[in-house]
Structure formats: structure tokens, C-alpha cells
Design a protein around this ligand. Structure first.
Ligand code: RIB
Length: 295
């Protein structure tokens, strides 16, 4: 069988992580207890998860003048960075508040993540072929173009619609192979709160789409047309939930590419996400496959 390559086309952010007692409300000023600056961005985090899970991973993205540490982080974890481009302006960053319960609140500034050009996308995609995986989130511009170009090449296209914006619905979603989303994004897209109703919505609107729905403490579920499965969540001490969804995405699809069943993939991804939640930070908190297999 041909080895499938993974191309994550997505964002890289410098994460400014502030530990707070509670999230300040409108008009309130609150003091942060600590500040930690680390590598993040949904594109980078998911690429790190794929690489740590053992997949051959390429990250296409745009850093700015402040982004050398992001490139270094990718290289440290074995991601192929030949498609990382640089612009002469500030890169993306995120202001992340983490409260005492480990819950987060994230504000993202796109910076160079919003400067992708179609001719660059064509250049990158020409090195990939039918059956290779394209992994997308919603922190870069040009998703519609990327989806269309990858679909013409018969690539397997995965969209994690995070953060959700209504314009995502105009992106040719019928060309996707997979959508992976959490319950908040699911409700934003479908208007439904109940997982079964969410899956029904997708089945009716996009009959060929395979869907993975993560439900926090309620576990995760998946429908592929032939299969429906659900796994519980692995309980852990919640230190910081940042990057848990990205860990899940990388691990789930690394396992699918390895030939595992959706149920097995859900189980491994849940284990990996539980480890991420038990540690501070995003990309650095994602476990290596060996740590998961030992569990
Ligand atoms: O999913 C977590 C990520 O969201 C953070 O690393 C932050 O950069 C934002 O993109």
C-alpha cells in the first residue's frame, strides 16, 4: 500500500498564556498570575500531534518576523517544514487565559496566517497526490481554494471548522471526506444540541461526509456511513484544556491512516487528548505515541 502523506495547511501562533483566577467580564480589569509564551496555532498543534503519533507530516503555513521559534518547534518534533513561508510582518498570536479549573478563553490575531496566496497553494499541492491527507482548520485564509484544488487531486480532505464562522458554509463542504468538530462548533453549524441530531443533520445535508464529534467529558463519536461508534472520555486531572482538540485530531487521523478502525482511532485519540489536558500548554503538552501505548 502507498504510504499516505499528511499535509496540514494551517496556522502557527505564538501563544501568550496567562494564568488567571477567573476570566474578567466586560469592564473588569484583572491581574494575571503568570505569563508563559509558547508555540501554538491549530495548524502547528495538529501537525505536532500527527508527528508525535508517528505520521509523515508536512506543515504549510506562514510565519512572520517573530516566528523563528515556531519553525524551531516544528523541526524539534520532526515535522517537515519545507512549505513554511515567511512574510515581512508580524505573525499570528493568541492571547489565552487559563483559569483555576483549567478551562481556557482564547483570542486569536491572524497576522501572517491570513496572507496565503493561491499560487503558493498550487505550488505546495503539486507535491501531493490522490489518497494523501489535507488537514484544515479555520485560522488561515483561502480555505475554499484549497478545498477545491485538493478535491481535484482526489486528496482526502479533513476540516476542523474551528473557530467557526458562517462563511465556512460557503467553502464547498460537499468536497470534504471528513469533518471533525466539538459540540460547540456542531451547534453553531447545525443549530442542534443533541449529538444524534447533529449527526442526522450532516447525514441529510452531506451524505458522503464522515463525521467525528468530540463531546468533552461525554467522550467522542463517529459516523462513516458503514459504522457508528462512540467511546467514553478518559478521566484525568484538568490542568489546561488548550490543544486537547488538536491532539485528538492529529491522533485520530494518524491512526486511521495507519489502518485502524474508527473505534480504535477514537480510543487512542481520547487517551492522547487526556494526557494533553493534564499538562500546561498546547504543542509541548501533546504526548508521543509511546506514552499512549504504555497506558
Ligand atoms: O487550539 C488551541 C490553539 O488555538 C492555541 O494554540 C491558539 O494558538 C489557538 O490557535
Amino acid at each position: 500500500m502507498t504510504k499516505r502523506k499528511v499535509l496540514v495547511y494551517g496556522s502557527l501562533n505564538l501563544d501568550y498564556v496567562y494564568q488567571v483566577k477567573h476570566f474578567p467580564g466586560p469592564g473588569e480589569t484583572a491581574a494575571a498570575e503568570t505569563l508563559h509564551i509558547s508555540s501554538g496555532g491549530k495548524g502547528l498543534n495538529q501537525a505536532v500531534a500527527f508527528a508525535k503519533a508517528g505520521a509523515e507530516t508536512y506543515l504549510a503555513g506562514k510565519i512572520g518576523t517573530d516566528g523563528q521559534s515556531l519553525r524551531d518547534a516544528c523541526e524539534k518534533y520532526g515535522i517537515d517544514t519545507r512549505y513554511l513561508m515567511k512574510e515581512d510582518s508580524p505573525g499570528g498570536h493568541a492571547v489565552i487565559q487559563v483559569d483555576e479549573k483549567g478551562q481556557n478563553s482564547i483570542l486569536v490575531f491572524g497576522g501572517t496566517n491570513k496572507m496565503h496566496r493561491e499560487e503558493e497553494m498550487d505550488q505546495v499541492l503539486k507535491d501531493f497526490q490522490e489518497g494523501d491527507y489535507l488537514i484544515l482548520q479555520n485560522e488561515i485564509n483561502g480555505l475554499s481554494y484549497l478545498i477545491d484544488a485538493a478535491w481535484k487531486k482526489n486528496m482526502e480532505i479533513v476540516l476542523n471548522p474551528s473557530p467557526y464562522e458562517p462563511s465556512l458554509m460557503e467553502c464547498g463542504l460537499q468536497k470534504l471526506s471528513w469533518m471533525i468538530l466539538n459540540e460547540v462548533e456542531a451547534c453553531q453549524i447545525t443549530g442542534e444540541n443533541q449529538p444524534e441530531k447533529v449527526l442526522e443533520y450532516f447525514k441529510e445535508k452531506y451524505p458522503d461526509l464522515k463525521v467525528v464529534l468530540t463531546l468533552g467529558e461525554e467522550g467522542a463519536m463517529c459516523t462513516t456511513g458503514e459504522t457508528y461508534c462512540k467511546v467514553p472520555c478518559y478521566k484525568t486531572e484538568t490542568v489546561d484544556t488548550t490543544g486537547a482538540g488538536d491532539t485528538f485530531t492529529g491522533y485520530y487521523f494518524a491512526e486511521i491512516i495507519r489502518g485502524r478502525s474508527p473505534k480504535e482511532a477514537l480510543d487512542t485519540a481520547s487517551k492522547a487528548a487526556a494526557v494533553t489536558v493534564s499538562r500546561k500548554g498546547a504543542a509541548d503538552a501533546i504526548p508521543f505515541l509511546k506514552e499512549i501505548l504504555d497506558k
